[in-house]
Ligand binder design. Structure first.
Ligand code: 15L
Length: 270
């Protein structure tokens, strides 16, 4: 990979990647709706609204591989999700195909499967169970990725990111936390491994409380370095300050599941 585009450059993960990916690829281009405030001279930035195909085409021109972080990163109104995450994701894949881009790493989310109870361990072969319109948009991106991989020959890697940060911030995040460097490892597998067609990985570190079987990622050489248990006391102390959430505490997706919930009050059989 010579020319790599990262969308969502101004978001939390994008901001961190601007540091962690420095020097990894000969040419990095960054894109977002608004320019990062600390953009350095010489950094290649293209402003693009993902909902505008023309702007996306400009952003992907001359690019070999894309890390697609762009879009709306939490639950939102349907119009917002539709434009940023559904139309935006379609525009990105379609513009990439037209431009001859070879690889896409798609930032999916744990919220594509958030409605599995925490007592269940799931692999990437479990059917999606989105916990929000946002989660549905991530399942859509994974499906779109499969279409472009198998029909058009792109190499697509979908990373169901758990919670990205320097440390897990509560009990749920002890199960789903990913250390920034571990996410970089997964992204690099997606951009560089010779045997990728369409893969789904869980974006999680080495968490003994994890709910996910990440065998697919391990097969491609992923060796996470972060261990959430090293941060257990601080995370549990933070958890103790949170109010109980009957639905959110039961399901893997947490508060995304409890929000707007008017489903079955009996959780014992799910
Ligand atoms: C996500 O997908 C979000 O982008 C992030 O803001 C967190 O809410 C994370 O999931 C999480 O589940 O902790």
């Amino acid at each position: 990979m010579k020319n790599v585009l990262v969308t969502g450059a101004s978001g939390g993960i994008g901001t961190r990647l601007r540091v962690l990916l420095k020097g990894v690829y000969p040419h990095l281009r960054w894109s977002d709706l608004k320019s990062p405030p600390d953009l350095a001279a010489g950094e290649d930035f293209v402003r693009a609204d993902l909902a505008d195909m023309g702007q996306v085409e400009t952003a992907v021109a001359g690019i070999d591989g894309i890390v697609h972080l762009g879009g709306f990163s939490v639950e939102g109104p349907w119009d917002t999700i539709l434009n940023a995450n559904i139309i935006g994701c379609y525009n990105l894949f379609e513009a990439a195909r037209r431009a001859g881009v070879k690889r896409i790493v798609f930032a999916s989310s744990n919220h594509a499967v958030g409605f599995y109870p925490r007592r269940r361990r799931i692999g990437t072969d479990a059917p999606v169970r989105p916990d929000s319109r946002y989660g549905v948009s991530k399942a859509f991106g994974e499906a779109l990725g499969a279409l472009y991989a198998f029909k058009h020959g792109l190499a697509v890697t979908c990373i169901r990111i758990g919670n990205f940060g320097d440390a897990p911030i509560d009990e749920r995040r002890l199960s789903i936390w990913i250390k920034p460097e571990d996410l970089v490892q997964l992204i690099r597998i997606g951009l560089e491994h010779p045997k990728i067609r369409h893969e789904i990985f869980f974006g999680t570190s080495d968490n003994v409380r994890g709910w996910w079987d990440n065998e697919a990622a391990f097969r491609f050489g992923y060796r996470p370095q972060g261990r959430s248990e090293d941060h257990r006391d601080a995370a549990l102390a933070a958890q103790a300050k949170l109010a109980p959430d009957r639905i959110g505490d039961w399901y893997q997706g947490g508060t995304f599941c409890g929000a707007e919930y008017d489903g079955d009050p009996d959780l014992s059989w799910v």
